[in-house]
Design a protein around this ligand. Structure first.
Ligand SMILES: [Zn+2]
Length: 75
């Protein structure tokens, strides 16, 4: 498990890499980091706005995200 500071640094790098909207593949690649950021208490949507944006629009990825969150919380 990454420390909170490491997660924030990592997600900033990823957020700066992408400027346009992302698709489901890219969203899914970052979903575990997004979920861990969320669980660490950081603002995942602020750190990774493109993933947050995609999750708002895409019910498919949203349900994957919620399943992942539930799985992470359960361990
Ligand atoms: Zn999607």
């Amino acid at each position: 498990m990454l420390k909170r500071g490491d997660v924030v640094k990592l997600v900033r790098v990823i957020a700066e890499t992408h400027e346009a909207e992302i698709g489901c593949d890219e969203c899914f690649e970052q979903l575990d980091i997004f979920a861990e950021t969320e669980l660490s208490g950081a603002e995942a949507g602020a750190a990774m706005p493109l993933v947050g944006d995609h999750l708002d629009k895409c019910t498919d990825c949203r349900s994957k995200f919620e399943a992942l969150l539930a799985a992470l919380r359960g361990t």
